[in-house]
Design a protein around this ligand. Structure first.
Ligand SMILES: [Zn+2]
Length: 109
């Protein structure tokens, strides 16, 4: 079972969280974007193998969106943090999160 460190609530079970999107996805400018730009925004993802930044929501807790830097293969979480520009972002750098790897079935922890 993974533990994800919400910047506001601290470490919680992964079942309290919802994955949102890769953090590199940017909304096009509504005044100048064409159909291709909107299609890319809605449907195209890098689906990287390895380390990437993502947006997650603490849906079963405080409801805040935040950044998670994790490995998409091993599911290791390197850091979590407040979104840049968020009112509470000042003084909250991406914090080191506890690393908690999934255990093989049947292994006791
Ligand atoms: Zn939270």
């Amino acid at each position: 079972m993974l533990s994800i460190a919400c910047p506001w609530c601290g470490p919680r079970d992964e079942t309290e969280f919802k994955f949102g999107v890769e953090a590199t996805v940017r909304r096009p400018d509504p005044d100048s974007a064409d159909d291709r730009a909107w299609a890319g925004y809605l449907y195209e993802r890098h689906n990287r193998r390895g380390r990437q930044q993502e947006l997650w929501c603490h849906a079963g807790g405080c409801g805040q969106w935040f950044l998670v830097e994790r490995d998409t293969v091993s599911h290791e979480i390197f850091r979590t943090g407040v979104l840049p520009g968020h009112p509470s972002a000042e003084g909250r750098e991406l914090a080191a999160a506890p690393v908690d790897r999934p255990r093989p079935a049947g292994e006791q922890g």
